[in-house]
Write a protein of this length. Structure first.
Length: 113
């Protein structure tokens, strides 16, 4: 399973950056990694999708699962810098109303939600 790169910002936000195709092959690894981060105490998560060229329903499911885990732990999961294809899928599924899209990682936890 792929381990995606992560980093922690000065504001104690954990950023994870999946790359390539977020599909039925890659999604279980992302789901597991997001849950592992929450279990380790990282409840402010940003998923940087700038390097994600494709997402399908499995990828969306991994993001929703991570969002649910973060919120149950008192935190949140935000999406940053998605590619056009990812934005299109979020809009077609109306998940852009649940998974809030932000232009940048730095701005994901700034200002209104």
């Amino acid at each position: 399973m792929t381990q995606y790169p992560t980093r922690t910002t000065a504001s104690d936000t954990t950023v994870i950056r999946p790359e390539g195709r977020l599909n039925m092959v890659a999604a279980p690894g992302l789901r597991k990694q997001l849950h592992g981060l929450v279990e380790a105490g990282s409840t402010k998560l940003v998923v940087d999708l700038s390097g994600t060229e494709f997402i399908d329903s499995s990828g969306l499911g991994a993001l929703i699962s991570g969002l649910k885990a973060a919120r149950q732990a008192g935190g949140d999961l935000r999406i940053a810098a998605p590619t056009r294809q990812v934005v299109t899928v979020l809009e077609l599924t109306n998940l852009n109303r649940v998974l809030r899209v932000h232009d940048s990682v730095d701005g994901a936890f700034d200002g209104p939600t």
